[in-house]
Design a protein around this ligand. Sequence first.
Ligand code: DUR
Ligand code: ZN
Length: 133
Amino acid sequence: MEYKELVEIANKSKENAYVPYSNFRVGAALLTEEGKIFTGCNIENASYGGTVCAERTALFKAISEGYNKFRAIAITSDSPNLTFPCGICRQVMSEFGLDIDVIVSNNKGEYKVFKLNELLPYAFSSDDMEGGM
Ligand SMILES: O=c1ccn([C@H]2C[C@H](O)[C@@H](CO)O2)c(=O)[nH]1
Ligand SMILES: [Zn+2]
């Protein structure tokens, strides 16, 4: 799977974004180890905190279908700037491995690839819960 193609799939899934509040459409395409792709868009809510980002929509779709090993996630929006995942999505993705490629792209289809561990150094994980549990 070419990352350019994954970006195009993310771009397409942006069309389903439900964004009456921000009008900012985000699309994500998540590639599993098995080569399966799960897409996601952002889904906003009148109670703003209930909003779910495109990245977590894709991730939760995959997890709920029994897939939890991931190679890459492409993220895009209508912005001319590269769209990076928010802090919550970085943390939620990190639960399933820091080695995933995060492909950030813009409305021209230009993209850059980062490892999640570059975007979330010193991630909090279950290893940090010594003393609890
Ligand atoms: O990486 C990002 C950043 C923001 N959003 C969404 C959340 C909200 O609906 C809108 C504005 O923050 O964009 C995403 O889906 N992914
Ligand atoms: Zn997010």
